[in-house]
Design a protein around this ligand. Structure first.
Ligand code: GLA
Length: 423
């Protein structure tokens, strides 16, 4: 009992016990009350272990990088990853803030006789350590993928039952980022499963960003703030603005992902971000205007910016979207507030993100298929409504004058006008 009760509860029970000595009925009542207090104290303590774990201090702004999955799926090998690292430097992405080069599913070979994971000997013949060294030699960081179940989503060995061993292996290889998926987890509890790997990563002593890919089923935004640095809020993204794939309902068009992620804005902040999945910019399924919209919406939502195209062969249109430093600055703003929709009138939407120093990012978004005029005014800006500010257009990179209480623009179909109000 003494172990279970906190000091104050013990004192209360002791005092109560002395007062009612001899009065059996009241003593039974007090005993029951003490038991109740004890149970609650124990419950609070066990909950606290998960909820009050200290943050790992990483990802103070949303992580930026490249991930192999959206373009290469299982056709990934070490050559592809090296080419991505080279391209990240050469294309100007590194200068624009991209940092992590992440190999997703399908890198694994079998576990060895002692249960240690190995790399696929054909596709990653130089080994993961050599690949991580290569990425580091380009001034970048290296990420890898595993799964909280027995198998990954593509049927390779998952980390269940090998968490500490795998974390140790990743640290030895020089891994800086782990994406941790949720396939083949059976009846496993997500809070427990992610906490085990979070602990294992911390035990290595190496700073490893923990990217939880649980798709939102257990509402990780409610419990994972101090467990992971980012958590997926939806199923997988599809390279389409608004069309579903009739044969695969698991992949969601951009608008669907957007509407699922937006209401969660208050749960994001430095070190713990909502992740509406990786970027499709440059993969060919959307128009240039739609890709600009995709990138702008991810930035105003302070989403992780993980390019998902072949950055070693991308055209200038994709490159210039991915390296738009004005838009990236909105995503990476150190205040770390996820922007959200402040107005909706049919297809006309206005989104707003407060920025450090009192500024505002504003997105005029046209969901529809014909051009529309959208007007943002003081009423949409909250606290900043009386602000004196200069207005910058983040896609034309031009100053467009002083804020005069409202701003109107014609917005192309499926397009955006993105502004920054600088006080
Ligand atoms: C799941 C994830 C994807 C990707 C694949 C790999 O679908 O959500 O992002 O990692 O698994 O198999």
């Amino acid at each position: 009992m003494a172990d279970l009760l906190g000091g104050d509860e013990m004192k209360f029970c002791g005092r109560a016990h002395r007062r009612v000595r001899g009065l059996l009925g009241r003593a039974i009542l007090v005993a029951a009350a003490c038991l109740f207090v004890a149970q609650n104290a124990w419950a609070a303590e066990t909950t606290q272990k998960v909820v009050n774990k200290a943050p790992n201090g990483l990802a103070q702004t949303p992580p930026m990088g490249w991930n192999s999955w959206n373009k290469f799926a299982c056709n990934v090998d070490e050559k592809t990853v090296r080419a991505a690292a080279d391209a990240m430097v050469k294309s100007g992405m590194k200068d624009a803030g991209y940092e992590y080069v992440v190999v997703d599913d399908c890198w694994q070979g079998p576990r060895d006789a002692n249960g240690f994971i190995t790399a696929n000997p054909v596709k990653f013949s130089s080994g993961i350590k050599a690949l991580a060294d290569y990425v580091h030699s380009r001034g970048l960081k290296f990420g890898i993928y595993s799964d909280a179940g027995r198998e990954t989503c593509d049927g390779f060995s998952g980390s269940q039952g090998h968490e500490y061993q795998d974390a140790m292996t990743y640290a030895r290889w020089g891994v800086d980022y782990l994406k941790y998926d949720w396939c083949e987890t059976g009846s496993r509890n997500a809070e427990e499963a992610y906490a085990v790997m979070a602990d294992a990563l911390r035990e290595t002593g190496r700073p490893i960003v923990f990217s939880m890919c649980e798709w939102g089923g257990s509402k990780p935004w409610l419990w994972a703030r101090n467990v992971g640095n980012l958590w997926r809020t939806t199923g997988d993204i599809r390279d389409s603005f608004d069309k579903w794939d009739p044969k695969n309902q698991w992949v969601h068009p951009l608008l669907e992902i957007l509407d699922d992620n937006e209401p969660l804005w208050s749960f994001a902040g430095p070190g713990h971000w909502n992740d509406p999945d990786m970027l499709e910019v440059g993969n060919g399924g959307m128009t240039t205007a739609e890709y600009r919209t995709h990138f702008s919406l991810w930035a105003i939502m302070a989403a992780p910016l993980m390019a998902g195209n072949d950055i070693s062969t991308m055209d200038e249109s994709a490159r210039s979207i991915l390296t738009n430093k004005d838009v990236i600055a909105v995503d990476q703003d150190r205040l770390g507030v996820q922007g959200h929709r402040v107005s909706k009138d049919g297809d006309k939407e206005i989104w707003m993100k407060p920025l450090a120093g009192g500024g505002r990012a504003v997105l005029l978004f046209n969901r529809g298929a014909t051009p529309v005029n959208i007007t943002v005014d003081n009423g949409h800006l909250g606290d900043a409504s009386t602000m004196r500010a200069r207005v910058r257009d983040l896609w034309t990179h031009k100053e467009v004058g002083n804020w005069k209480g409202s701003y109107s623009a014609t917005v192309e179909p499926h397009g955006v006008v993105m502004l920054r109000l600088n006080p």
